[in-house]
Design a protein around this ligand. Structure first.
Ligand code: CRA
Length: 801
């Protein structure tokens, strides 16, 4: 948009006066931020209205991306960037004597997600708007986001994230678009005069779903899409119904907190209520919008695509069926045809414990009408498929089985497309997790590799690198990130490689300053910054990284005279509050950090920094500073990963197993530019098949490994008696479920190679450059374009080459 500095300063001062009734000099950064947010929202109001109007007028097909998590990160900078007014606003604020960075920091980072899945949904929102696609988000407006993590005596403590405390500058409450969502009660089918059956409800608990919309601004294209988050409230009280405190609490509870679990199913009825709540409200509002502009539902799938982001929103399937059958008198066959043509589903994990199932009793009690519909889907599925595929496979895959509603199976059966998030993951879905359904519906399965919001991870998070890249290849890559490939022309340009090294230094300095001021730990910026940032989970193997730190520590202690390439190990990870083992790993790493960081023999050769409260904002600080990107999950377990892509774009070299999208990163950047080790997915499945992995014998045959692992139980690390034993036992007594010991030797070898290679700055920077240049292909712009073409059949208008 066009904006003159004088105009901006005038508007901003007026905004401050109107909102806070004080002079600028008396405002806090929070107030300055809120005023700025409101002003930008107003600047963008017309484009938001125009976008919605043009979608309606042209009857454009729209995508609705349903996700129980969205992790958008702070919006101020990305909105300024996408509107193209960053420089004017920065200059204006500076001339008013304000500190832009402080204002940016005042924005709360909405923690409406756990990790990769929620962040992916947010990246996709940004990219859909940026390539001019009619893409809407649908989720929950949690009153409290993911807990704030602090460490006390090295233990994780969870504090509430009261992110809405000062209001939310970007959202618009739309009470006039609210809908009612029904829970519980009784339902029976009553015959109508025309012979049809209609459900009659009795004693239901009704909840009002109120939408809060946030404009998602496209990159330099005057498109603003909508992210709609639902909040649960008391229904309008026309009959003066009395609500007891308990009833009020029950309603309040639905959108109060985000479940803090990652890759783990939550078998609690509140979670099921959350799932139905936003699925029902979202589908109701889509149908209402459609019905206002169309007379028949026949062509609904030509106008609407509904995407199910992991199984949590699967109830959109029976909910759309319910509305079509009960409210629009469609026949079952027509309703089913419409529903399956509309729906598509992404699976995000092969971990069994993350596959959602609900006990039938609970499900039926909470959602009686929806249960009837699921029963009918199940009955028809069995009737249709048994004659063709036989009883066994149909029993194994039906939506109802073993007393459970099986959400993933319902999602596959009720959708026309099922995708995994990296090629290996999709193969494993076909061969393992969903293999029976793949036999029945091979045509539904396809891969869509994840992607990231490049502009956030480079233009916002890494301005020094962005400037350097722009100075060489111009700015076209901002809208078409594959053009980063043009940087390969500079691989032998020593001056450029030197500049790349300087940029990295600047970013390392910025992180080091933060670590100094927040944690009181001094780290040297010429050390290797070795970064592992992701949720704490056994399969991600932070323990393997931890063993390496013990090894390095013992090494320096034993050979203090030997030269050692300074190494800083940086962690960021939240553990689910109920995940005991993960919390023990945090404690041990923190205890190890205390030992290492305070040992005078170690000095500044080795440092361990576990930065608390990792999230999108900290990612923006840590990622640009990384030399090494640790992507060391047990092969086959990490469906894709996305921090691997962000770190790559910022020039980090991957220390990685051949898992998830690491495989694709290696293919894109070249194996010689990464550090690859460990079992492959095939090796892991081989062990499963033969059942012959023996962690103990790996341990017994490697004396160095013994020394390292024993450090967990020999009081070398003060203060971790039980936690050390717990990890030790997981490796040796319980036979190391995630093959940490199996991969240890090769991992260490790669770490040694890294220490060697790091000394040769030119070669290192050349590898870093190869990663940056090849990273454009992982932009979410291309991912959503592939979804649009292959799955959603929706148009978009920015041409991507
Ligand atoms: N935990 C996968 O484990 C993947 C993201 C996004 C995950 C990651 O490898 O990158 O999804 N799975 O596709 C998940 O949440 C419920 O499953 C994740 O974030």
């Amino acid at each position: 948009m066009e904006l003159k500095e004088a105009q901006f300063t005038k508007d901003f001062i007026n905004e401050i006066r109107a909102t806070y009734a004080v002079d600028l000099k008396d405002t806090s950064p929070m107030e300055q931020y809120m005023a700025l947010g409101h002003l930008i929202k107003r600047y963008n109001g017309e484009s938001w209205t125009d976008t919605s109007r043009s979608y309606r007028k042209n009857d454009v097909k729209q995508v609705y991306y349903f996700s129980i998590e969205f992790l958008p990160g702070r919006l101020l900078q990305s909105n300024l960037l996408n509107l193209g007014i960053t420089d004017v606003v920065k200059k204006g604020l500076k001339n008013l004597g304000l500190n832009f960075d402080k204002i940016v920091q005042a924005e709360p980072d909405p923690g409406l997600g756990n990790g990769g899945l929620g962040r992916l949904a947010a990246c996709y929102m940004d990219s859909m708007a940026s390539i001019g696609m009619a893409g809407n988000g649908n989720g929950i407006r949690y009153r409290y986001g993911l807990f704030k993590q602090v460490f006390m005596n090295g233990y994780q403590v969870e504090l509430p994230d009261d992110w809405l405390r000062n209001g939310n500058a970007w959202e618009v409450r739309r009470e006039n678009r609210a809908c009612l969502v029904r829970f519980g009660g009784h339902v029976w089918l009553q015959e109508q005069p025309d012979g049809s059956l209609k459900p009659v409800y009795d004693h239901t608990d009704d909840v009002l779903a109120v939408p809060y919309d946030t404009g998602i601004i496209g990159y330099h294209n005057v498109v603003t899409n909508t992210l709609r988050l639902w909040s649960a409230e008391l229904p309008p009280n026309e009959e003066q119904t009395y609500y007891s405190q308990e009833q009020r609490d029950n309603i309040d509870e639905i959108t109060k907190v985000l479940y803090p679990d990652d890759s783990n199913a939550e078998g609690r009825s509140l979670r099921l209520r959350q799932e139905y709540f936003f699925s029902s409200a979202g589908v109701q509002s889509i149908v209402r919008h459609y019905a206002a502009n169309h007379t028949s539902f026949k062509h609904f799938p030509q106008k609407v695509a509904i995407h199910i982001n992991d199984t949590h929103p699967t109830l959109v399937i029976p909910e759309l069926m319910r509305i079509l059958l009960d409210e629009y008198n469609c026949s079952w066959d027509l309703a089913w045809q419409i529903t399956t043509s509309t729906m598509s589903y992404t699976n995000h994990t092969i971990m069994q414990e993350a596959l959602e199932t609900w006990p039938i009793g609970m499900f039926q009690g909470l959602l009686p009408r929806i249960y009837q519909i699921v029963e009918e889907i199940d009955r028809r599925y069995r009737a249709e498929k048994t004659p063709v595929f036989g009883q066994n496979i149909v029993d194994r895959t039906a939506p109802l089985g073993h007393g459970q509603v099986r959400m993933a199976y319902l999602a596959v059966i009720g959708s026309h497309s099922v995708n995994g998030v990296a090629p290996l993951h999709t193969e494993l879905l076909k061969k393992d997790v969903l293999t029976d359904l793949y036999r029945i519906y091979p045509e539904k399965f396809n891969n869509k590799t994840n992607g990231i919001a490049d502009r956030r991870w480079l233009e916002i998070a890494n301005q020094p690198l962005t400037k350097l890249i722009d100075s060489k290849i111009g700015k076209k890559w901002h809208a078409n990130p594959k053009l980063l490939q043009e940087l390969s022309a500079y691989e032998s340009d020593e001056k450029f490689l030197q500049q790349l090294a300087e940029v990295k230094k600047i970013n390392k300095r910025r992180l080091a300053d933060y670590v100094q001021s927040e944690m009181g730990i001094t780290i040297r910026t010429d050390a290797i910054f070795d970064v592992q940032i992701k949720r704490l989970h056994a399969y991600k193997r932070q323990v393997l990284h931890m063993l390496e730190i013990i090894r390095e520590y013992l090494d320096i202690k034993r050979h203090p005279e030997q030269s050692f390439i300074p190494h800083v190990h940086i962690f960021g990870a939240k553990a689910a509050p109920s995940y005991h083992y993960a919390k023990s790993v945090i404690k041990v790493i923190n205890a190890l950090a205390d030992l290492v960081n305070n040992d005078p023999d170690i000095g500044d050769k080795l440092k361990v920094v576990f930065i608390p409260n990792y999230g999108v904002s900290l990612g923006e600080l840590i990622i640009p500073a990384a030399d090494i990107s640790e992507q060391i999950s047990t092969a086959s377990k990490e469906a894709s990963g996305t921090s691997n892509m962000k770190l790559m774009t910022n020039g980090a070299l991957s220390l990685a197993t051949m898992d998830g999208a690491n495989i694709d990163i290696v293919r894109a950047a070249g194996k010689q530019n990464e550090y690859i080790f460990g079992l492959t997915a095939n090796d892991v499945y081989g062990y499963y098949r033969r059942n012959d992995y023996c962690a103990k014998s790996v341990y017994e045959n490697n004396p160095e490994l013994q020394r390292v692992v024993n450090a967990l139980i020999t009081n070398m690390i003060p203060g971790i008696t039980t936690e050390g034993h717990e990890i030790y036992d997981s490796l040796l007594k319980y036979n190391d479920e995630y093959f940490v010991l199996a991969d240890y030797a090769e991992y260490v070898k790669q770490q040694e190679k890294i220490a060697q290679d790091f000394q040769d700055t030119m070669t290192w920077q050349r590898k870093s450059l190869a990663n940056i240049a090849a990273s454009g292909t992982f932009s979410a712009d291309y991912s959503v374009a592939r979804y649009a073409e292959d799955i959603w059949q929706v148009p978009y208008n920015r041409i991507l080459k």
